[in-house]
Design a protein around this ligand. Structure first.
Ligand code: RTP
Ligand code: MG
Length: 141
């Protein structure tokens, strides 16, 4: 299985709940290395651009409003099968439907405030990583 990189966001709800460390610990104990990380607050333009694929969906405005409502942690995770593994650790989009023991089942309150983002494919991972981290800020040790 190839070593991959994926892009992750700890969303404003989870940052406000003070569970950054608990979420990082799940990445680390499941073979995902944090190779870049930063706390930031997204601008409206950044959030709209980030979720542009959902622009026509009815939930788009609420999604953008939520994503800019407070600081987030953005990070690059590296490991075997990282994209799929991170999505598995995150659980389903709707925390009510997320499997027990997943990040969303344990830390998210609703489909809107669902604790984490993770890239869904190699192409989106590459684009999302390059939007947030210049190569020099990614540490491969
Ligand atoms: P994300 O992009 O944040 O990692 O979430 P995801 O892949 O699991 O879900 P996606 O389909 O990409 O949707 C992006 C975010 O939009 C909100 N959403 N609301 N009300 C709804 O039916 C609905 N569907 C999606 C969620 O907050 C989701 O994380
Ligand atoms: Mg998505």
């Amino acid at each position: 299985m190839a070593i991959e990189r994926t892009f992750s966001i700890i969303k404003p709800d989870a940052v406000a709940k003070n569970v950054i460390g608990q979420i990082y610990s799940r990445f680390e104990s499941n073979g995902l290395k944090i190779i870049a990380a930063r706390m930031t607050q997204l601008s409206r333009a950044e959030a709209e651009q980030f979720y542009a694929i959902h622009r026509e969906r009815p939930f788009f405005n609420d999604l953008v409003k939520f994503m800019i409502s407070g600081p987030v942690m953005v990070q690059v995770l590296e490991g075997e099968d990282a994209i799929r593994k991170n999505r598995e650790l995150m659980g389903a989009t709707d925390p009510q439907k997320a499997e027990k023991g997943t990040i969303r089942a344990d830390f998210a309150d609703s489909i809107d405030a669902n604790a984490v983002h993770g890239s869904d494919a190699p192409e989106t991972a590459a684009v999302e990583i390059s939007c947030f981290f210049p190569t020099l800020e990614i540490y491969t040790r």
